[in-house]
Each structure stands twice: as C-alpha cells, then as structure tokens.
Ligand binder design. Sequence first.
Ligand code: GLN
Length: 308
Amino acid sequence: ADPSPEALQEFLTGLAAEIHARADWGKVADYIPELADVELAQFGIAVQLADGSLCHAGASEVGFSIQSISKVFSLACVLGRIGEQIWQRVGREPSGSRFDSILLLELEKGIPRNPFINAGALVVTDELLTGRTPRDALAEIIHFIRAAAGDDAIHIDRAVAMSEQATGDRNRALGNYLKSYGNLKNPVDYTLGTYFHQCAIEMDCLQLARAGRVIAGLPGAPSILAPARARRITALMLTCGHYDESGDFAFRVGLPGKSGVGGGILMVAPGRASIAIWSPGLNATGNSRAGAYAAEKLAEFTGWSVFG
Ligand code: GLN
C-alpha cells in the first residue's frame, strides 16, 4: 500500500535534512553563467499522490531551469499532433552515449536514437514547428505544461535562453547534421531557437510534480494526454531518460525518470505518484547527484517500482 501523506511528509523532511548533512552535491553545470551561478547546496522534492495530496520538503518552491525535462512535454505535444508518425524520424532505443553526442547520427543516417537525447529532441521540436512559427510552437509546449500543472505563472527565463543561443555550437552542429540528412525540415535557427527556449522554462518542484500528473496518469489530472501515449512516454523515460546512465537509474530506482542539466528530475510511479526532485549539482553524466540519491531513497521507502 502507498504511504499515508503524513508518513510520506515525515520521510521527505528527514530526507532533505540527510541530503544536507551528506553534502555530496556534485558540480553545477557551467556551460552558461546562468546555470553556473546557481547556489550548489540546494535540494528540493515534491510528491503528488493519487489522492490529490502534495507533500514536499526543502527548496521545493525555488524555481530552476527544467532543461531536458522539457523533452518529455515536447514529445507529449508531438504525439498529440501527429501520433505514431514521429517514429519515422526518431528511434526508441537508448543511446548509451552522452546527451549531446553526434556519434551515432552518422551510422544511423540522421535518425536520432531516441527523443530524449539532444538530436532526438531537436527532431521533435522541428516537427512541432511544421506549419507554425517558433513563437506558436513554443506557445504550444508552454500551454501544455501550464495546463498539466494547472498554473499559468509558468514561464521562460529569457536570459537562460539567450545564453544557450550564444553558446549552443554543439546543438547547432547537431541541427545542421540532421538537416544534411533531410531530417530537419525548418531552418536550423528556428528549430534551435525554439529548443533553447523550451529548455529555459523555469519551474519549481511543486509545479513540476503537478505537471507530471498527466505523465503519471493520476486521477484528477487534466485529460490532455491519452493514457496509451503516457505509457509510451514513461517507457522512454525508463530506457532513455538519464542518457548513458539510464540503465543504472532503472536498476537503482526502478521508476521512469527524466533528468535535466539544471539538476531537475521528473519521475513517475504510474497511477500512484508524480515526483519532482531538484538539486543543481551534477555527476559526470550530467544528472543530478543528490537528486538520484533522493530518488533511490524515495523508491526504497515507498516500495514504488515498475518492476512489481
Ligand atoms: N540545454 C541543454 C542542451 O541542449 C539541455 C541538455 C540537458 O539538460 N541535458 O545542451
């Protein structure tokens, strides 16, 4: 049985204290000043339960850059728009490579391994741009997230987006490379600009846990994502959500999760809970260090696992 909200709350409060005491934070992302300047020693967690209660602890109301977690929502939008056709342009296999790797793109002729590595996310965003301006495509992603969270205050941090734009040479290379294989339909700058802005969406753990209700298929979640689609997204989160650490996350935690280089993790226990965790210090793979530790402890405490 699921823990009571009271028991869960007590656990989360203790977990936040334990994480501060351990002080094993990793290193903040430093490729743009906006992320490099975030204070390292922070941890927040929020758990939205199926009964509607929302338990949280630590810096759960501090906004952070969701970065690659946005790939979950852009995929949800594209599935809603063109459905299974998207799989003609992007695969569904873990890459075993870094999130920004270009390696397999040559071997696989411009079809990215999955929608959660950068190349795959660029293809998804490019598809959302078809027949639309970057502004409208971006609006679709933001509206989806706001509707999922039930919170119209969610917005883009323009400074982060501008910084990404100024430093995004590798993503630009990925975009051009995809284009050379005919797997980018729009001007590279349009697709990149939209992608950088979706990565720059700012949310706190409370907002992210609420937005995750649609992915977790919780009762009472707004009906903006078909259950069958949510299942496909969670399958990809489990197999590809943590880049070349996805296998280890599945092994240690046993729940689908998606990380971002801002230090966030969106994780779901399908039908039971939506979980948002944030700690900006990363490990060598670019995933939140304290965040992964917390995910493991939470799964242990609750017994939640997709493996029964
Ligand atoms: N904006 C980052 C990038 O494209 C997002 C990557 C991530 O969160 N891992 O490089």
